[in-house]
Each structure stands twice: as C-alpha cells, then as structure tokens.
Design a protein around this ligand. Structure first.
Ligand code: ATP
Length: 229
C-alpha cells in the first residue's frame, strides 16, 4: 500500500544552521501519527518542510506516492495538505464566517460541517476573529484548514496555552475527525490525550527520528528518555 505521507531521511537548515539531520516518517491513509520530542528537536521544522515553507536540503517527501520534495507551498496545499500552524493564525479583522469562506475549496467540508464539529463557532459567525478567545481562535484555525478539504491535516501544538475545558473540546474534535477517517499528523505535549487518538508515534531528537512504533509501544522508559524534561 502506498503511504499517504512518506518522509525519507529528510535534512533541512536555517541558513547555515542545520535543524533536520535524518528525519523519516510514514503515515498511512486514515491514520493519526504523533510527532513527538522535546522542545527544539525539529518537530515544527519537519512540518515546515512538509508544507514546503522551508526547503529540504536532502532526503525526500512523498504524498500518496508523488514526490513533492521540490514543489511550491501552494502546490502542496492544493494536493491536500492542510496546516494548522502553531499560534492559531486567523485573519484578525475578518469575521468567523469570512475566515472560513476564504479558505473554502470544494469537498465535503463546508461551514455547516465545521460548525457541527465546533458548535461554539456557530454562535460566533459574525464576530471578528480578533475578538475571539484563544480556544475559539484555535477552533477557527482548525476549521479553516478543514475548509480546504485536506487529505492530510497537520496540527502543530493545537492545544498549547489553552484552558483545560477548551483543550477537551479540541481533543474531542480531533477524535471526531479521526472517526471520520481523516489522516492527521499532530504535534502536542499531552501524552495522555495523544494516547487516546494516535495510532502511532515518531520520536524526533536533534533533528533525527530515533523511534517509530505503535502508540501502545510508547513505554514509560521511552517517554522518560526522549520526552522527559
Ligand atoms: P518546539 O516544541 O519548541 O516548537 P520543535 O521540536 O518544533 O520545538 P523546531 O522549532 O523545529 O523544534 O526547531 C528545531 C531547531 O531549529 C532548533 O534548534 C531551533 O532553534 C532551530 N530553529 C527553528 N526555527 C528557526 C529559525 N527560524 N531560524 C533558525 N533556527 C531555527
């Protein structure tokens, strides 16, 4: 079976500073894969490479078998990679409805379905994004990515800095997306929540994949060694 996302021995640099040394990862269609590792180990850099916001200096990225290593960021988005970047970016002066509409591309996801996933957004359709709470902005950022009807949704720290009750709403949404069959790559610090949704995990340390396996294989020894502070 061809994987939806196949990353092989990826390398990448910020100017003269190398950040990725040997990053490999496989995500099958319909799977949720957690990309894990301590701060600064290369998770966001990996995501920037997948979305082509940062060029890879070596290795390869394949999407459903197609080599996307050298494609432009808009082309990769067109091929179905939907990104929810760190820091929940929305268009601050636009309303919730406008934020969703400007992202829309044909497919099963539309405003009504996003509102069904996150009912809080339904109550705020005419409110400008800048006046939303952090959690609502995050729901909107996820909604915007879904409106592009992605084949692969990438969530970078989607629950970072949010109140526990809002985190729960977001995790409920992510579990719903998984149940709907969406393929998801996620970065998050909450092991407990990751365990409820991820099929497998990839641990990255200093820009290299050091462990890959089913989520049940993520033992306390591994988490202490690679994720402990
Ligand atoms: P965090 O959870 O803190 O976001 P991360 O695993 O996502 O961590 P990255 O942001 O991918 O880590 O960072 C990997 C390495 O690349 C780090 O050493 C970081 O300092 C470096 N780095 C990240 N962004 C830049 C940048 N714009 N310019 C230079 N170096 C960068």
């Amino acid at each position: 079976m061809t994987a939806l996302l196949q990353i092989d021995r990826l390398t990448a640099s910020y100017g003269s500073v190398q950040a990725l040394f040997d990053l490999s990862l496989t995500l099958e269609e319909g799977q949720v894969v957690a990309l894990m590792g301590r701060n600064g180990m290369g998770k966001t850099t990996t995501i920037r490479c997948i979305t082509r916001l940062l060029p890879a200096t070596g290795g390869s990225l394949r999407l459903a078998g197609q080599d996307v290593t050298r494609l432009s960021a808009p082309r990769v988005a067109q091929l179905g990679v939907g990104l929810v970047p760190e820091g929940r970016r929305c268009f601050a002066p636009l309303t919730v409805a406008e934020n969703l509409l400007v992202a829309a591309r044909p497919g099963p996801w539309d405003t009504a379905r996003v509102c069904a996933l996150f009912p809080r957004l339904a109550e705020r359709m005419t409110q400008v994004a800048r006046t939303l709470s952090g959690g609502e902005q995050q729901m909107l950022a996820i909604g915007r990515a879904l409106m592009t009807n992605p084949r692969l949704l990438i969530l970078d720290e989607a629950t970072e800095g949010l109140a526990p009750v809002v985190r729960q709403e977001i995790w409920r949404g992510v579990r719903q997306l998984k149940a709907d069959g969406l393929s998801i790559l996620l970065v998050d610090k909450s092991l407990k929540e990751i365990a409820t949704v991820a099929d497998s995990a990839v641990i990255v340390e200093r820009g290299a994949t050091v462990w890959t396996g089913g989520i049940d294989g993520l033992t306390p020894e591994l988490t202490d060694r690679y994720l402990g502070v």
